[in-house]
Design a protein around this ligand. Structure first.
Ligand code: FEO
Ligand code: CA
Ligand code: CA
Ligand code: CA
Length: 597
Protein backbone atom coordinates (compact mmCIF):
# COMPACT_ATOMS: atom_id res chain seq x y z
CA UNK A 1 0.00 0.00 0.00
CA UNK A 2 1.15 3.60 -0.51
CA UNK A 3 3.09 5.24 2.34
CA UNK A 4 0.43 7.92 2.66
CA UNK A 5 -3.17 8.15 1.47
CA UNK A 6 -3.36 11.08 -0.97
CA UNK A 7 -6.85 12.08 -2.10
CA UNK A 8 -7.96 13.82 -5.30
CA UNK A 9 -11.38 14.62 -6.81
CA UNK A 10 -13.04 11.27 -7.61
CA UNK A 11 -10.28 9.34 -5.86
CA UNK A 12 -11.18 10.14 -2.28
CA UNK A 13 -10.95 6.66 -0.74
CA UNK A 14 -8.36 4.71 1.20
CA UNK A 15 -6.32 2.74 -1.31
CA UNK A 16 -6.73 -0.94 -0.64
CA UNK A 17 -3.84 -3.20 0.23
CA UNK A 18 -2.80 -5.81 -2.36
CA UNK A 19 -3.87 -9.29 -1.30
CA UNK A 20 -4.54 -12.84 -2.47
CA UNK A 21 -8.05 -13.17 -1.07
CA UNK A 22 -10.69 -15.29 -2.79
CA UNK A 23 -12.97 -12.24 -2.74
CA UNK A 24 -13.63 -8.86 -4.29
CA UNK A 25 -12.07 -6.43 -1.80
CA UNK A 26 -13.38 -2.85 -1.80
CA UNK A 27 -12.43 0.26 0.21
CA UNK A 28 -13.83 0.98 3.64
CA UNK A 29 -17.33 2.47 3.37
CA UNK A 30 -18.16 0.66 0.11
CA UNK A 31 -20.52 -2.21 -0.60
CA UNK A 32 -20.75 -4.76 -3.38
CA UNK A 33 -23.15 -7.25 -4.93
CA UNK A 34 -22.99 -9.65 -7.85
CA UNK A 35 -25.09 -8.45 -10.82
CA UNK A 36 -25.04 -11.66 -12.86
CA UNK A 37 -23.04 -14.90 -12.92
CA UNK A 38 -22.13 -17.44 -15.56
CA UNK A 39 -25.28 -19.52 -16.11
CA UNK A 40 -27.80 -17.02 -14.71
CA UNK A 41 -30.92 -16.62 -16.91
CA UNK A 42 -30.73 -13.92 -19.63
CA UNK A 43 -33.67 -14.74 -21.89
CA UNK A 44 -37.21 -14.83 -20.49
CA UNK A 45 -38.00 -18.43 -19.57
CA UNK A 46 -34.36 -19.52 -19.37
CA UNK A 47 -33.72 -22.36 -16.92
CA UNK A 48 -31.77 -21.81 -13.70
CA UNK A 49 -28.12 -22.85 -13.85
CA UNK A 50 -27.39 -26.46 -12.92
CA UNK A 51 -23.64 -27.04 -12.90
CA UNK A 52 -23.93 -30.83 -12.93
CA UNK A 53 -26.54 -30.96 -15.70
CA UNK A 54 -25.51 -28.36 -18.27
CA UNK A 55 -26.99 -28.38 -21.76
CA UNK A 56 -26.29 -26.27 -24.87
CA UNK A 57 -29.96 -25.25 -25.03
CA UNK A 58 -29.87 -23.89 -21.48
CA UNK A 59 -26.53 -22.16 -21.93
CA UNK A 60 -27.77 -20.39 -25.08
CA UNK A 61 -30.39 -18.66 -22.87
CA UNK A 62 -28.05 -17.98 -19.93
CA UNK A 63 -25.14 -15.64 -19.23
CA UNK A 64 -21.98 -16.98 -20.89
CA UNK A 65 -18.54 -17.79 -19.49
CA UNK A 66 -15.61 -15.45 -18.81
CA UNK A 67 -17.26 -12.04 -18.98
CA UNK A 68 -14.93 -9.34 -20.32
CA UNK A 69 -15.91 -5.90 -21.69
CA UNK A 70 -19.01 -4.60 -19.91
CA UNK A 71 -20.92 -1.34 -20.28
CA UNK A 72 -24.30 0.21 -19.53
CA UNK A 73 -26.63 1.90 -22.02
CA UNK A 74 -29.41 3.92 -20.35
CA UNK A 75 -33.00 2.84 -21.15
CA UNK A 76 -35.05 5.92 -21.97
CA UNK A 77 -37.99 6.62 -19.71
CA UNK A 78 -36.87 4.13 -17.03
CA UNK A 79 -34.79 5.70 -14.25
CA UNK A 80 -31.58 3.85 -13.24
CA UNK A 81 -32.32 1.13 -15.79
CA UNK A 82 -29.82 0.03 -18.43
CA UNK A 83 -29.08 -2.43 -21.16
CA UNK A 84 -25.92 -4.07 -19.86
CA UNK A 85 -23.83 -5.32 -22.76
CA UNK A 86 -21.11 -7.84 -21.96
CA UNK A 87 -18.63 -9.94 -23.90
CA UNK A 88 -18.12 -13.59 -22.98
CA UNK A 89 -14.63 -14.05 -24.29
CA UNK A 90 -13.58 -17.66 -23.94
CA UNK A 91 -14.30 -20.97 -22.24
CA UNK A 92 -12.14 -23.35 -20.26
CA UNK A 93 -13.50 -26.89 -20.39
CA UNK A 94 -11.44 -27.96 -17.38
CA UNK A 95 -13.16 -25.29 -15.23
CA UNK A 96 -16.66 -25.77 -16.66
CA UNK A 97 -17.09 -29.52 -16.48
CA UNK A 98 -16.10 -32.19 -13.99
CA UNK A 99 -14.15 -35.03 -15.61
CA UNK A 100 -13.31 -32.94 -18.70
CA UNK A 101 -10.71 -34.70 -20.87
CA UNK A 102 -8.29 -32.10 -22.22
CA UNK A 103 -7.97 -32.42 -25.99
CA UNK A 104 -10.92 -34.81 -26.16
CA UNK A 105 -14.15 -33.03 -25.19
CA UNK A 106 -17.60 -34.57 -25.64
CA UNK A 107 -20.01 -33.09 -28.17
CA UNK A 108 -22.28 -31.85 -25.36
CA UNK A 109 -19.32 -30.02 -23.79
CA UNK A 110 -18.28 -28.44 -27.10
CA UNK A 111 -21.80 -27.26 -27.87
CA UNK A 112 -22.17 -25.81 -24.37
CA UNK A 113 -18.87 -23.96 -24.87
CA UNK A 114 -20.07 -22.57 -28.20
CA UNK A 115 -23.22 -21.29 -26.51
CA UNK A 116 -21.17 -19.84 -23.62
CA UNK A 117 -19.24 -17.56 -26.03
CA UNK A 118 -20.22 -14.25 -27.56
CA UNK A 119 -22.21 -11.36 -26.18
CA UNK A 120 -25.06 -10.88 -23.71
CA UNK A 121 -27.50 -7.99 -23.64
CA UNK A 122 -29.27 -7.90 -20.27
CA UNK A 123 -31.62 -5.27 -18.91
CA UNK A 124 -30.54 -4.31 -15.39
CA UNK A 125 -32.39 -2.19 -12.87
CA UNK A 126 -31.05 -0.13 -9.96
CA UNK A 127 -32.38 0.17 -6.44
CA UNK A 128 -33.01 3.50 -4.75
CA UNK A 129 -30.28 4.28 -2.24
CA UNK A 130 -27.73 1.74 -3.45
CA UNK A 131 -25.63 0.94 -6.51
CA UNK A 132 -26.98 -2.59 -6.71
CA UNK A 133 -28.19 -3.76 -10.15
CA UNK A 134 -30.62 -6.63 -10.70
CA UNK A 135 -31.20 -8.39 -14.04
CA UNK A 136 -34.65 -8.03 -15.58
CA UNK A 137 -35.70 -10.74 -18.04
CA UNK A 138 -36.91 -8.09 -20.45
CA UNK A 139 -37.73 -7.71 -24.13
CA UNK A 140 -34.26 -6.48 -25.15
CA UNK A 141 -32.36 -9.38 -23.61
CA UNK A 142 -30.30 -11.31 -26.09
CA UNK A 143 -27.62 -13.97 -26.31
CA UNK A 144 -25.25 -13.86 -29.27
CA UNK A 145 -23.19 -17.05 -29.45
CA UNK A 146 -20.66 -18.81 -31.68
CA UNK A 147 -23.62 -19.74 -33.92
CA UNK A 148 -25.51 -16.43 -34.33
CA UNK A 149 -25.63 -15.12 -37.94
CA UNK A 150 -23.55 -11.97 -38.63
CA UNK A 151 -23.25 -9.88 -41.79
CA UNK A 152 -19.64 -9.43 -42.96
CA UNK A 153 -19.18 -6.06 -44.68
CA UNK A 154 -16.32 -4.18 -46.28
CA UNK A 155 -13.42 -5.13 -48.56
CA UNK A 156 -12.98 -8.67 -47.15
CA UNK A 157 -16.64 -9.58 -47.67
CA UNK A 158 -17.55 -11.78 -50.60
CA UNK A 159 -13.94 -12.38 -51.63
CA UNK A 160 -12.41 -15.75 -52.48
CA UNK A 161 -10.94 -15.83 -48.94
CA UNK A 162 -14.23 -15.39 -47.07
CA UNK A 163 -16.41 -17.73 -49.14
CA UNK A 164 -17.04 -21.15 -47.64
CA UNK A 165 -18.98 -24.27 -48.60
CA UNK A 166 -21.75 -23.24 -46.19
CA UNK A 167 -21.70 -19.60 -47.28
CA UNK A 168 -20.77 -19.13 -50.98
CA UNK A 169 -21.60 -15.40 -50.65
CA UNK A 170 -18.78 -14.77 -48.15
CA UNK A 171 -21.03 -12.35 -46.27
CA UNK A 172 -22.97 -14.43 -43.74
CA UNK A 173 -20.83 -15.64 -40.84
CA UNK A 174 -21.97 -17.80 -37.97
CA UNK A 175 -20.95 -16.42 -34.62
CA UNK A 176 -18.46 -14.22 -32.89
CA UNK A 177 -15.75 -15.65 -30.64
CA UNK A 178 -12.93 -14.44 -28.41
CA UNK A 179 -14.58 -11.03 -27.88
CA UNK A 180 -12.28 -9.19 -25.54
CA UNK A 181 -12.78 -5.47 -24.99
CA UNK A 182 -15.11 -3.05 -26.75
CA UNK A 183 -17.01 0.20 -26.52
CA UNK A 184 -20.33 1.98 -26.94
CA UNK A 185 -20.77 4.11 -30.05
CA UNK A 186 -22.26 7.63 -29.94
CA UNK A 187 -25.27 6.22 -31.84
CA UNK A 188 -25.98 3.63 -29.15
CA UNK A 189 -24.56 0.37 -30.49
CA UNK A 190 -21.89 -1.84 -28.95
CA UNK A 191 -18.62 -2.53 -30.73
CA UNK A 192 -16.36 -5.41 -29.74
CA UNK A 193 -13.07 -6.98 -30.86
CA UNK A 194 -12.58 -10.59 -31.94
CA UNK A 195 -9.22 -11.36 -30.35
CA UNK A 196 -7.68 -14.85 -29.99
CA UNK A 197 -9.92 -16.58 -32.54
CA UNK A 198 -7.03 -18.62 -33.92
CA UNK A 199 -7.30 -20.80 -30.77
CA UNK A 200 -10.48 -22.31 -32.20
CA UNK A 201 -9.14 -23.65 -35.50
CA UNK A 202 -6.99 -26.70 -36.13
CA UNK A 203 -6.45 -29.59 -38.53
CA UNK A 204 -3.39 -28.63 -40.57
CA UNK A 205 -0.30 -26.41 -40.62
CA UNK A 206 -0.41 -26.10 -44.40
CA UNK A 207 -2.42 -23.29 -45.98
CA UNK A 208 -4.43 -24.11 -49.11
CA UNK A 209 -2.29 -21.72 -51.19
CA UNK A 210 1.46 -21.06 -50.93
CA UNK A 211 0.72 -17.35 -51.00
CA UNK A 212 -1.07 -17.68 -47.65
CA UNK A 213 2.01 -18.94 -45.77
CA UNK A 214 3.06 -15.44 -44.68
CA UNK A 215 -0.46 -14.60 -43.50
CA UNK A 216 -0.84 -17.84 -41.54
CA UNK A 217 2.55 -17.28 -39.90
CA UNK A 218 1.77 -13.65 -38.98
CA UNK A 219 -1.55 -14.60 -37.40
CA UNK A 220 -0.34 -17.79 -35.68
CA UNK A 221 -2.63 -20.15 -37.60
CA UNK A 222 -1.95 -23.89 -37.39
CA UNK A 223 -2.90 -27.14 -35.77
CA UNK A 224 -1.03 -26.55 -32.51
CA UNK A 225 -2.92 -23.32 -31.76
CA UNK A 226 -6.22 -25.02 -30.99
CA UNK A 227 -7.31 -25.03 -27.35
CA UNK A 228 -10.97 -25.92 -27.81
CA UNK A 229 -11.17 -28.86 -30.26
CA UNK A 230 -14.44 -27.72 -31.80
CA UNK A 231 -13.35 -29.22 -35.14
CA UNK A 232 -14.20 -32.64 -33.72
CA UNK A 233 -17.88 -31.72 -34.14
CA UNK A 234 -17.97 -28.85 -36.68
CA UNK A 235 -16.00 -29.02 -39.93
CA UNK A 236 -15.83 -25.24 -40.25
CA UNK A 237 -13.23 -25.20 -37.45
CA UNK A 238 -11.06 -27.73 -39.33
CA UNK A 239 -8.53 -25.81 -41.44
CA UNK A 240 -7.96 -28.86 -43.63
CA UNK A 241 -11.67 -29.02 -44.54
CA UNK A 242 -12.67 -25.35 -44.54
CA UNK A 243 -9.57 -23.15 -44.73
CA UNK A 244 -11.55 -19.94 -45.28
CA UNK A 245 -13.74 -20.00 -42.16
CA UNK A 246 -10.92 -18.54 -40.06
CA UNK A 247 -10.75 -15.50 -42.38
CA UNK A 248 -14.25 -14.57 -41.21
CA UNK A 249 -13.03 -13.75 -37.66
CA UNK A 250 -10.75 -11.01 -36.30
CA UNK A 251 -13.02 -8.09 -37.05
CA UNK A 252 -14.60 -5.22 -35.15
CA UNK A 253 -18.19 -6.38 -34.61
CA UNK A 254 -21.17 -4.09 -34.03
CA UNK A 255 -24.41 -5.02 -32.26
CA UNK A 256 -27.59 -2.96 -32.01
CA UNK A 257 -28.79 -3.82 -28.49
CA UNK A 258 -32.02 -1.86 -28.98
CA UNK A 259 -33.30 -4.44 -31.47
CA UNK A 260 -32.82 -8.07 -30.40
CA UNK A 261 -33.84 -9.27 -33.87
CA UNK A 262 -31.19 -7.20 -35.69
CA UNK A 263 -28.30 -8.89 -37.49
CA UNK A 264 -24.95 -7.89 -35.98
CA UNK A 265 -22.21 -6.66 -38.34
CA UNK A 266 -18.50 -7.48 -38.83
CA UNK A 267 -16.74 -4.42 -40.30
CA UNK A 268 -13.73 -5.44 -42.41
CA UNK A 269 -12.98 -1.84 -43.48
CA UNK A 270 -11.14 -1.63 -40.12
CA UNK A 271 -8.93 -4.58 -41.03
CA UNK A 272 -8.42 -7.97 -39.45
CA UNK A 273 -6.19 -8.67 -36.48
CA UNK A 274 -6.34 -10.18 -32.98
CA UNK A 275 -8.34 -7.16 -32.07
CA UNK A 276 -8.70 -6.19 -28.44
CA UNK A 277 -11.64 -3.84 -29.02
CA UNK A 278 -12.43 -0.40 -30.34
CA UNK A 279 -13.47 3.01 -29.04
CA UNK A 280 -14.74 6.10 -30.81
CA UNK A 281 -13.97 9.79 -30.58
CA UNK A 282 -16.18 12.33 -32.37
CA UNK A 283 -14.34 15.56 -33.18
CA UNK A 284 -15.96 18.98 -32.65
CA UNK A 285 -16.53 19.00 -36.45
CA UNK A 286 -18.43 15.70 -36.18
CA UNK A 287 -15.80 13.39 -37.66
CA UNK A 288 -15.91 9.85 -36.27
CA UNK A 289 -12.54 8.30 -35.39
CA UNK A 290 -12.23 4.73 -34.08
CA UNK A 291 -9.09 3.56 -32.24
CA UNK A 292 -8.14 -0.13 -32.04
CA UNK A 293 -5.26 -2.21 -30.70
CA UNK A 294 -4.02 -5.60 -31.92
CA UNK A 295 -3.24 -7.48 -28.71
CA UNK A 296 -0.28 -9.71 -29.44
CA UNK A 297 3.40 -9.16 -28.76
CA UNK A 298 4.95 -6.68 -31.25
CA UNK A 299 1.63 -5.74 -32.85
CA UNK A 300 0.26 -2.39 -33.91
CA UNK A 301 -2.13 0.42 -32.98
CA UNK A 302 -4.70 1.48 -35.62
CA UNK A 303 -7.25 4.19 -36.21
CA UNK A 304 -10.10 4.43 -38.69
CA UNK A 305 -11.32 7.85 -39.82
CA UNK A 306 -14.82 7.50 -41.23
CA UNK A 307 -15.99 9.61 -44.12
CA UNK A 308 -19.54 9.54 -42.74
CA UNK A 309 -21.03 11.55 -39.89
CA UNK A 310 -23.49 10.56 -37.18
CA UNK A 311 -27.12 10.95 -38.23
CA UNK A 312 -29.25 12.44 -35.45
CA UNK A 313 -32.37 10.69 -34.22
CA UNK A 314 -33.09 7.28 -32.76
CA UNK A 315 -35.34 5.79 -35.42
CA UNK A 316 -34.63 2.74 -37.55
CA UNK A 317 -33.47 4.86 -40.52
CA UNK A 318 -30.90 6.76 -38.42
CA UNK A 319 -29.63 3.50 -36.88
CA UNK A 320 -29.34 1.85 -40.31
CA UNK A 321 -27.33 4.86 -41.57
CA UNK A 322 -25.16 5.01 -38.45
CA UNK A 323 -24.33 1.31 -38.62
CA UNK A 324 -22.65 2.14 -41.96
CA UNK A 325 -20.26 4.68 -40.41
CA UNK A 326 -17.65 1.96 -39.85
CA UNK A 327 -17.96 0.76 -43.47
CA UNK A 328 -16.56 3.86 -45.14
CA UNK A 329 -13.29 5.66 -44.46
CA UNK A 330 -9.53 5.24 -44.11
CA UNK A 331 -7.64 2.81 -41.89
CA UNK A 332 -4.25 3.98 -40.53
CA UNK A 333 -1.47 2.32 -38.53
CA UNK A 334 0.75 4.12 -35.99
CA UNK A 335 4.47 4.76 -36.32
CA UNK A 336 6.14 6.22 -33.21
CA UNK A 337 9.23 8.40 -33.03
CA UNK A 338 11.21 9.44 -29.97
CA UNK A 339 14.65 9.96 -28.51
CA UNK A 340 16.91 6.94 -28.20
CA UNK A 341 16.58 5.46 -24.70
CA UNK A 342 18.58 3.13 -22.46
CA UNK A 343 16.84 0.02 -21.16
CA UNK A 344 14.79 0.82 -18.07
CA UNK A 345 16.48 4.17 -17.40
CA UNK A 346 13.65 6.70 -17.21
CA UNK A 347 14.72 10.00 -18.85
CA UNK A 348 14.10 13.27 -16.96
CA UNK A 349 10.43 14.15 -17.51
CA UNK A 350 9.61 10.63 -18.68
CA UNK A 351 9.30 9.16 -22.15
CA UNK A 352 7.79 11.21 -24.95
CA UNK A 353 7.86 11.72 -28.69
CA UNK A 354 5.88 12.24 -31.85
CA UNK A 355 4.37 9.95 -34.44
CA UNK A 356 2.66 9.48 -37.76
CA UNK A 357 -0.43 7.64 -38.91
CA UNK A 358 0.31 5.76 -42.10
CA UNK A 359 -2.71 5.10 -44.35
CA UNK A 360 -3.32 1.45 -45.25
CA UNK A 361 -6.77 1.20 -46.80
CA UNK A 362 -9.59 3.49 -47.93
CA UNK A 363 -13.09 2.08 -48.36
CA UNK A 364 -15.50 4.23 -50.35
CA UNK A 365 -19.24 4.86 -50.33
CA UNK A 366 -19.85 2.50 -53.26
CA UNK A 367 -18.05 -0.34 -51.39
CA UNK A 368 -14.94 -0.21 -53.57
CA UNK A 369 -11.63 0.01 -51.74
CA UNK A 370 -8.17 1.38 -52.43
CA UNK A 371 -4.96 0.01 -50.94
CA UNK A 372 -2.21 2.42 -49.87
CA UNK A 373 0.33 -0.40 -49.51
CA UNK A 374 2.61 -1.27 -52.41
CA UNK A 375 2.05 -4.78 -53.71
CA UNK A 376 -1.07 -5.51 -51.63
CA UNK A 377 -4.56 -5.40 -53.14
CA UNK A 378 -7.22 -3.74 -50.97
CA UNK A 379 -8.89 -7.01 -49.98
CA UNK A 380 -5.54 -8.39 -48.79
CA UNK A 381 -4.98 -5.31 -46.62
CA UNK A 382 -8.41 -5.87 -45.05
CA UNK A 383 -7.69 -9.57 -44.45
CA UNK A 384 -3.98 -9.54 -43.54
CA UNK A 385 -3.71 -6.13 -41.98
CA UNK A 386 -0.68 -7.14 -39.91
CA UNK A 387 1.28 -7.83 -43.09
CA UNK A 388 0.31 -4.38 -44.40
CA UNK A 389 1.55 -2.84 -41.15
CA UNK A 390 4.87 -4.68 -41.54
CA UNK A 391 5.30 -3.35 -45.09
CA UNK A 392 4.86 0.31 -44.07
CA UNK A 393 7.18 0.06 -41.06
CA UNK A 394 4.61 0.49 -38.25
CA UNK A 395 5.93 0.42 -34.67
CA UNK A 396 5.85 -2.95 -32.92
CA UNK A 397 4.23 -2.36 -29.54
CA UNK A 398 4.15 -4.22 -26.21
CA UNK A 399 0.69 -5.81 -26.70
CA UNK A 400 -1.83 -3.01 -27.31
CA UNK A 401 -4.93 -3.80 -25.22
CA UNK A 402 -7.77 -1.36 -24.61
CA UNK A 403 -7.42 2.07 -26.27
CA UNK A 404 -9.91 4.78 -25.49
CA UNK A 405 -10.32 8.56 -25.82
CA UNK A 406 -10.83 10.60 -22.66
CA UNK A 407 -14.20 12.27 -23.34
CA UNK A 408 -13.02 15.38 -21.40
CA UNK A 409 -9.78 16.08 -23.24
CA UNK A 410 -9.86 13.96 -26.40
CA UNK A 411 -6.47 12.48 -25.48
CA UNK A 412 -6.14 8.78 -26.27
CA UNK A 413 -5.07 6.23 -23.64
CA UNK A 414 -3.74 2.80 -24.57
CA UNK A 415 -2.80 -0.01 -22.18
CA UNK A 416 0.37 -1.77 -23.36
CA UNK A 417 0.00 -4.75 -21.09
CA UNK A 418 3.44 -6.44 -21.21
CA UNK A 419 5.84 -8.19 -23.60
CA UNK A 420 8.17 -10.79 -22.16
CA UNK A 421 9.89 -11.13 -25.57
CA UNK A 422 10.92 -7.47 -26.01
CA UNK A 423 14.63 -7.47 -26.77
CA UNK A 424 14.86 -11.27 -26.99
CA UNK A 425 17.07 -12.81 -29.65
CA UNK A 426 15.58 -12.32 -33.12
CA UNK A 427 12.87 -9.99 -31.75
CA UNK A 428 12.54 -6.19 -31.83
CA UNK A 429 14.61 -4.35 -29.23
CA UNK A 430 13.53 -1.42 -27.08
CA UNK A 431 12.38 1.93 -28.45
CA UNK A 432 10.99 5.03 -26.71
CA UNK A 433 7.34 3.89 -26.29
CA UNK A 434 8.44 0.32 -25.43
CA UNK A 435 11.51 1.07 -23.29
CA UNK A 436 12.13 -2.15 -21.34
CA UNK A 437 13.50 -5.54 -22.34
CA UNK A 438 11.51 -8.59 -21.13
CA UNK A 439 8.74 -6.17 -20.19
CA UNK A 440 6.61 -8.02 -17.65
CA UNK A 441 4.70 -5.08 -16.12
CA UNK A 442 3.58 -2.95 -19.08
CA UNK A 443 3.05 0.78 -19.59
CA UNK A 444 0.24 3.23 -20.20
CA UNK A 445 0.52 5.28 -23.38
CA UNK A 446 -1.04 8.75 -23.74
CA UNK A 447 -1.53 10.12 -27.28
CA UNK A 448 -2.44 13.69 -28.17
CA UNK A 449 -3.86 13.08 -31.63
CA UNK A 450 -4.71 15.30 -34.53
CA UNK A 451 -7.74 13.02 -34.79
CA UNK A 452 -8.53 13.25 -38.50
CA UNK A 453 -4.93 14.11 -39.42
CA UNK A 454 -1.79 12.04 -39.69
CA UNK A 455 0.41 13.34 -36.87
CA UNK A 456 0.38 12.96 -33.09
CA UNK A 457 2.50 13.47 -30.00
CA UNK A 458 2.67 10.98 -27.16
CA UNK A 459 4.13 10.20 -23.77
CA UNK A 460 4.07 7.35 -21.29
CA UNK A 461 1.75 8.23 -18.42
CA UNK A 462 2.85 5.17 -16.46
CA UNK A 463 5.72 2.74 -16.72
CA UNK A 464 4.23 0.10 -14.46
CA UNK A 465 5.82 -2.16 -11.84
CA UNK A 466 7.42 -1.70 -8.44
CA UNK A 467 7.32 2.01 -7.57
CA UNK A 468 10.61 1.55 -5.69
CA UNK A 469 12.39 0.32 -8.85
CA UNK A 470 14.37 2.69 -11.06
CA UNK A 471 12.65 1.52 -14.26
CA UNK A 472 9.12 2.65 -13.26
CA UNK A 473 7.42 6.02 -13.72
CA UNK A 474 4.10 7.23 -12.32
CA UNK A 475 3.42 10.38 -14.35
CA UNK A 476 6.00 12.31 -12.32
CA UNK A 477 4.07 11.79 -9.05
CA UNK A 478 5.92 10.87 -5.82
CA UNK A 479 6.24 7.10 -6.26
CA UNK A 480 6.25 6.45 -2.50
CA UNK A 481 2.63 7.62 -2.40
CA UNK A 482 1.09 5.50 -5.18
CA UNK A 483 -0.48 2.04 -5.33
CA UNK A 484 1.67 -0.32 -7.34
CA UNK A 485 0.16 -1.37 -10.66
CA UNK A 486 1.19 -3.99 -13.21
CA UNK A 487 -0.18 -5.30 -16.55
CA UNK A 488 -2.79 -2.66 -17.48
CA UNK A 489 -5.53 -4.14 -19.69
CA UNK A 490 -8.84 -2.22 -19.85
CA UNK A 491 -9.31 1.52 -19.40
CA UNK A 492 -12.24 3.83 -18.76
CA UNK A 493 -12.83 7.36 -17.36
CA UNK A 494 -14.86 8.85 -14.51
CA UNK A 495 -16.83 12.10 -14.57
CA UNK A 496 -13.85 13.93 -13.00
CA UNK A 497 -11.63 13.03 -15.96
CA UNK A 498 -9.59 10.44 -14.05
CA UNK A 499 -8.40 7.34 -15.86
CA UNK A 500 -9.40 3.97 -14.43
CA UNK A 501 -7.37 0.88 -15.28
CA UNK A 502 -8.15 -2.78 -14.75
CA UNK A 503 -5.28 -5.28 -14.73
CA UNK A 504 -4.58 -8.78 -16.04
CA UNK A 505 -1.46 -10.61 -14.87
CA UNK A 506 -0.37 -8.79 -11.72
CA UNK A 507 0.94 -12.04 -10.27
CA UNK A 508 3.70 -12.14 -12.89
CA UNK A 509 5.18 -9.07 -11.16
CA UNK A 510 3.82 -9.20 -7.60
CA UNK A 511 2.48 -12.03 -5.47
CA UNK A 512 -1.04 -10.56 -5.39
CA UNK A 513 -4.36 -10.49 -7.24
CA UNK A 514 -5.42 -8.23 -10.11
CA UNK A 515 -7.45 -5.11 -9.49
CA UNK A 516 -8.92 -1.78 -10.51
CA UNK A 517 -7.03 1.50 -10.15
CA UNK A 518 -7.82 5.19 -10.54
CA UNK A 519 -5.17 7.55 -11.93
CA UNK A 520 -5.19 11.37 -11.92
CA UNK A 521 -4.43 12.74 -15.39
CA UNK A 522 -4.48 16.53 -15.07
CA UNK A 523 -3.05 19.04 -12.60
CA UNK A 524 -0.53 18.79 -9.79
CA UNK A 525 -1.50 15.24 -8.83
CA UNK A 526 -1.00 13.79 -12.33
CA UNK A 527 0.20 10.22 -11.95
CA UNK A 528 -1.36 9.65 -8.52
CA UNK A 529 -2.45 6.00 -8.78
CA UNK A 530 -4.79 4.42 -6.24
CA UNK A 531 -6.07 0.87 -6.02
CA UNK A 532 -9.88 0.78 -5.67
CA UNK A 533 -10.50 -2.94 -5.56
CA UNK A 534 -8.98 -6.38 -5.96
CA UNK A 535 -10.60 -9.37 -7.68
CA UNK A 536 -10.55 -12.96 -6.39
CA UNK A 537 -7.61 -15.29 -6.61
CA UNK A 538 -6.82 -16.40 -10.19
CA UNK A 539 -9.15 -13.81 -11.77
CA UNK A 540 -8.47 -10.91 -14.10
CA UNK A 541 -10.32 -7.61 -13.79
CA UNK A 542 -12.45 -6.72 -16.82
CA UNK A 543 -15.23 -4.31 -17.63
CA UNK A 544 -14.80 -1.74 -16.09
CA UNK A 545 -17.55 0.87 -15.74
CA UNK A 546 -17.06 3.87 -13.43
CA UNK A 547 -20.13 6.05 -12.86
CA UNK A 548 -20.82 8.53 -10.06
CA UNK A 549 -23.12 6.10 -8.26
CA UNK A 550 -21.49 2.74 -9.01
CA UNK A 551 -18.50 0.87 -10.37
CA UNK A 552 -18.89 -2.36 -12.32
CA UNK A 553 -16.17 -4.90 -12.89
CA UNK A 554 -16.37 -8.18 -14.76
CA UNK A 555 -14.48 -10.80 -12.78
CA UNK A 556 -13.06 -13.09 -15.45
CA UNK A 557 -11.76 -16.62 -14.78
CA UNK A 558 -11.80 -16.68 -10.94
CA UNK A 559 -9.59 -19.53 -9.71
CA UNK A 560 -7.88 -20.05 -13.07
CA UNK A 561 -4.47 -21.52 -12.32
CA UNK A 562 -2.35 -24.09 -14.14
CA UNK A 563 -3.65 -26.97 -12.05
CA UNK A 564 -7.21 -25.85 -11.21
CA UNK A 565 -10.08 -28.01 -12.51
CA UNK A 566 -13.78 -28.32 -11.79
CA UNK A 567 -12.87 -31.46 -9.85
CA UNK A 568 -10.38 -29.48 -7.73
CA UNK A 569 -11.35 -25.79 -7.85
CA UNK A 570 -8.95 -23.23 -6.34
CA UNK A 571 -11.66 -20.57 -5.93
CA UNK A 572 -15.20 -20.71 -4.58
CA UNK A 573 -16.12 -17.18 -5.56
CA UNK A 574 -18.80 -15.81 -5.62
CA UNK A 575 -21.06 -18.41 -3.99
CA UNK A 576 -18.61 -19.58 -1.29
CA UNK A 577 -18.56 -22.90 0.57
CA UNK A 578 -17.48 -25.74 -1.70
CA UNK A 579 -19.08 -24.19 -4.80
CA UNK A 580 -17.57 -23.95 -8.28
CA UNK A 581 -16.12 -20.53 -9.20
CA UNK A 582 -18.33 -18.57 -11.62
CA UNK A 583 -17.18 -15.60 -13.71
CA UNK A 584 -19.53 -12.74 -12.73
CA UNK A 585 -20.18 -9.03 -13.04
CA UNK A 586 -20.03 -7.15 -9.72
CA UNK A 587 -21.40 -3.73 -8.76
CA UNK A 588 -19.64 -1.64 -6.09
CA UNK A 589 -21.03 1.54 -4.52
CA UNK A 590 -20.39 3.89 -1.65
CA UNK A 591 -22.76 3.57 1.31
CA UNK A 592 -23.31 7.32 1.24
CA UNK A 593 -22.17 9.66 -1.49
CA UNK A 594 -20.65 9.33 -4.94
CA UNK A 595 -17.79 7.02 -5.92
CA UNK A 596 -14.52 8.56 -4.77
CA UNK A 597 -16.21 11.42 -2.90
FE1 FEO B 1 -8.38 -10.74 -24.11
FE2 FEO B 1 -6.18 -8.71 -24.88
O1 FEO B 1 -7.02 -9.56 -23.54
CA1 CA C 1 -8.11 -7.59 -22.52
CA1 CA D 1 -12.58 0.54 -22.08
CA1 CA E 1 -5.26 -9.27 -21.24
Amino acid sequence: APSENVNAPGLNFNAITPNKADAVTVPEGYEQAVVIRWGDPVLPGAPQFDFDNQTPEAQAQQFGFNNDFTDLIAVEGKPDTFLMVCNQEYTTGTSMFKGYKEGDPTENQVRIEMAAHGISVVEVKGEPGSGKLTPVLGEYNRRITASTPFELRGPAAGTFFTRTAADPTGTRVLGTIANCSGGITPWGTMISGEENYTNYFSGTDTPPLDGLKEGWKRYGVGKDEDAHHWMKYEDRFDLSKEPNEINRFGYLVEVNPHDPTSTPIKHSALGRMKREGGNIYVTPAGDVVTYCGDDSKFEYIYKFVSSRKVQPGKGAAAMEANMRILDEGTLYVAKFEGRKVENGKVPDGGYQGTGKWIPLLTTKADGSAESHVDGMPAENVALWTRVAGDKVGATKMDRPEDIEPNPRTGKIYCALTNNSDRGAEGKAGIDTPNPRVKNKSGQLLEITDDHTGTTFSWDLLLVCGDPAAADTYYGGFDKSKVSRISCPDNVTFDSHGNLWISTDGTNATFDSNDGLFGVVLEGKDRGLTKQFLTVPFGAETCGPVVRDNRVLVAVQHPGETDDATADKPTSHWPDGGGSQPRPSVVAVWKKSGAIGS
